[in-house]
Structures are given as structure tokens and as C-alpha cells.
Design a protein around this ligand. Structure first.
Ligand code: ZN
Length: 427
């Protein structure tokens, strides 16, 4: 039996930071007390003086590019990047090549995740074969093979009939449909949010209705089928309003927002810079305020990064040519802590609720809790020492972040998964 004692950390107890000691026995938290005087000898004491000891964060939305695009990221580098950000459980999107769209491919994907994943991983299956078109996957077979939920993330499901059939099947299997909402007939080849800024920069815009129209369709279908419908990376005020109304009507809908949609708006795009190109695009300042309000009133359930690594060469291109997406795993907690908790808009307990507790609870994952008997998945953050986000510290292969150079608090000091060090023990 391996016993490790984390001494003198600060834990959230009843919503407030209090000094606590945490005893880990093998892969579980066996005791949490203000002071643990070890009557049995422990194998190691970890000094957490001055550090915030958080339940490991849970990210329901990452892209690890493996297999198929391993110049951008691998399961190994992507999961190490997650650990660097304080994440201990991540859900991998299925837009890899080949996509996990059959039970056999799902088993191969899970074997790769198991072999190379530094943190706990769950895996999305696609909704349709090859993640496009209208042919539904073998949902029952994929569930049996170990799929976490179904998503075509990267693209919207274009026809209502396909989404309706997918939701009916998923409801029967008690599986969630997790949607990237985007109507291709409403995107017009755009590369950023359509509005005054896109006009000023002379760049083609994507109207927000491309997201909202599909979410409106889908909540109607979710109401009719009873499925758990989860909306990825909500980006506009109008979409928040559609979800708020659907929740009030009793539809089983949940949704996430990304850190970048909370932190940035299209007004931050001052020139042709692909570090600000993501899908959905950064909305207007009014959209950003509506997302913050949506989180605070419970319409938006959780924060997920949409970690989307690309090569330096790809993102050095113009907004017109570069691929959509930015990395997020390694900057999310520190950026949100610095910009929202330090400024008093969110409490630390709210942030941890959205980044760990809720994503686990809503999807039935045994994670996100700092309690006796829970898995020893922990992140230790330094909330007091100022530091600068430096891409040289990234463990992701991707350096495509608009937050490089930001001055932050909340650097990750150490991350443990199932009682084992996965980040920071040597730092
Ligand atoms: Zn997406």
C-alpha cells in the first residue's frame, strides 16, 4: 500500500478556502482533515503550503489529432498538456483519421488512449459514418465497445432527419448527443463573426444564426425524443436565449462555453491574425456578456476548452487560409482565474464547479470531487505568484494560443491522476 500525504494545502470546503491535509492511499483519497497527524508512516509528504488543492479538472472537449494528424498533436502530448493545465479527465473528440465510427475502430482508439494517455480519458464516437453525411453509426455497437457519447464535432449534422434518428437511437441507449451546431447553408465561407469588425477588416463573416438556427432545430428534436442533448461551445447571445427557453420548458439540454468565448470578443481582433480564428468564431462584446450572464444564471452548465492544436506553419497563414481552432488545455484555469475570479466576477467555487464538478456530474463520470473515497485526481495551483504564459512551457505540440504573453496567476504546480504524479513532480 502506497500512502502519500499532501500537507497544508488550501481546499474549498463549503465554498471557502481552508487549510487542509489530504491522505492518499494508492489511487484514492482516504482522508481529508484540517490536520492529519500520520499515526501510520507515510511513504511521501507533499508540501502544499500556500497552494490551492483542487479536484482535478474535467474537460469534455479536446482534439488530440491522433491517429491521422500527429504533426499537430498526439494522445501523449495532448494528455500531458491537459495534465499541465490541471485536468485529470478529458473527453476526446472523434475527428481523427480514421474516425471512431465502428466498434472495431472504437476499440483501437480506446487501446491507443489507454496506452498513451497521461490522464483519464473518455472517447466520443461519431454520429454518422466518416463523421459526415447521413448514414448513422452502429450506436448500440459503439456503446458496447466503450463510447462515451456521440458527436460529429467540427461539423454540424446538416439534416433534421438524421439528427432526429440519431437522437431517437441515443435516447433508447441512454447516451448523450453532443453537438457542434453549425448550419453550413448559413456560413458563407466566413472566417470570423459577421459584424462591424469583419466589415472593417474586410474579412468574410459567419452570421451567428448559423449556430442559433441549428440549436433551435435541435432543442425541438430533443424535446420530441427525450435525449440528453449537449451543445458544444455556445458562442452567441441568441443561442443562450434559445437554450434558456428550452431548459425552462423542461428539455434535457445542457451546454458548454469555451474560455476564449468568455475572455475575448471580435473587438480583440485588430488585424489579420489567425490566432483569433476559431469555430464558432469570437462573437460581439454583447455575445460575450450574454455568455457570462448565461453561466451565472445556470443556462450554461460548464466550461470546456475545445483544445484544438495546429502546426505553427498552418496558423502563421492569413485568416483566410489558416485552419480554425486554438489550444486551450494549458491556459484555461489560469486565464479564467486571473480575469474572472481575481476581479470578483466569479467565485473560485463557481469556477471549480464549471470546470470540474458539473462536467463530471452531468455525464456520470467518477471525477470532479475532492472527498474521501474519491479517486486521487488532484491539481495544485499557485494563486499568488505572478507569471507569464510562455509557449516554451507548453507540452502540447500546438502553440496556437492568443494568450501567450498574458500575465497570470494560477499556474499549475502539480497534477496527480489516480494518486500518481503526471505533472510537476520534477518542477
Ligand atoms: Zn466544435
Amino acid at each position: 500500500m502506497m500512502k502519500r500525504l499532501i500537507k497544508n494545502g488550501q481546499c474549498l470546503i463549503d465554498g471557502h478556502l481552508q487549510v487542509c491535509d489530504i491522505l492518499i492511499t494508492d489511487d484514492k483519497i482516504s482522508q481529508i482533515e484540517q490536520h492529519i497527524t500520520a499515526d501510520v508512516p507515510v511513504d511521501q509528504i507533499i508540501d502544499a503550503q500556500g497552494l490551492f488543492v483542487s479536484p482535478g479538472l474535467v474537460d469534455l472537449h479536446v482534439h488530440l489529432r491522433d491517429p491521422g494528424q500527429t504533426d499537430k498533436e498526439t494522445v501523449k502530448t495532448g494528455s500531458l498538456a491537459a495534465a499541465h493545465g490541471g485536468y485529470t479527465t478529458i473527453a476526446a473528440m472523434p475527428n481523427v483519421i480514421p474516425a471512431p465510427d465502428t466498434p472495431q475502430r472504437m476499440r483501437e482508439m480506446l487501446a491507443l488512449n489507454q496506452r498513451d494517455g497521461a490522464v483519464h480519458m473518455v472517447q466520443y464516437a461519431t454520429i454518422t459514418t466518416e463523421r459526415g453525411g447521413d448514414e448513422l453509426v452502429d450506436m448500440a455497437g459503439l456503446k458496447a465497445a466503450g463510447a462515451f457519447a456521440f458527436s460529429n464535432d467540427g461539423n454540424g449534422v446538416q439534416t433534421a432527419g438524421t439528427m432526429y434518428q440519431a437522437m431517437k437511437q441515443a435516447a433508447k441507449l441512454q447516451m448523450a448527443v453532443v453537438a457542434h451546431a453549425e448550419d453550413d447553408s448559413l456560413t458563407y465561407g466566413g472566417v470570423m463573426h459577421e459584424g462591424s469588425v469583419s466589415k472593417r477588416l474586410g474579412l468574410p463573416g459567419i452570421p451567428s444564426v448559423s449556430e442559433t438556427a441549428q440549436v433551435a432545430r435541435d432543442v425541438t428534436l430533443a424535446a420530441a425524443t427525450g435525449v440528453h442533448y449537449h451543445v458544444c461551445h455556445v458562442s452567441s447571445a441568441a443561442t443562450v436565449q434559445v437554450i434558456r427557453a428550452a431548459k425552462a420548458a423542461g428539455v434535457h439540454v445542457t451546454c458548454e462555453v469555451s474560455p476564449h468565448h468568455l475572455l475575448l470578443s471580435d473587438e480583440d481582433i485588430t488585424g489579420d491574425n489567425a490566432m483569433f480564428k476559431m469555430n464558432p468564431p469570437l462573437g460581439s462584446e454583447q455575445d460575450r456578456q450574454a455568455l457570462i450572464a448565461g453561466l451565472l444564471d445556470g443556462t450554461i452548465d460548464l466550461i470546456a476548452t475545445d483544445h484544438a492544436p495546429h502546426t505553427d506553419a498552418e496558423k502563421a497563414q492569413s485568416m483566410l487560409k489558416a485552419p480554425f481552432g486554438i489550444t486551450g488545455s494549458e491556459t484555461a484555469f489560469a486565464m479564467l482565474y486571473t480575469k474572472f475570479v481575481k476581479t470578483g466576477l466569479f467565485s473560485l467555487a463557481q469556477l471549480i464547479n464549471w470546470m470540474a464538478v458539473q462536467p463530471a456530474a452531468l455525464f456520470g463520470l467518477n471525477a470532479g470531487r475532492l472527498t474521501e473515497g474519491a479517486p486521487a485526481d488532484l491539481a495544485l495551483f499557485d494563486l499568488t505568484t505572478p507569471t507569464t504564459i510562455d509557449s516554451a512551457d507548453f507540452l502540447s505540440k500546438g502553440h496556437n494560443s492568443p494568450f501567450i504573453g498574458e500575465h497570470i496567476l494560477g499556474k499549475t504546480v502539480r497534477t496527480l491522476v489516480a494518486g500518481k504524479d503526471v505533472y510537476g513532480s520534477k518542477h
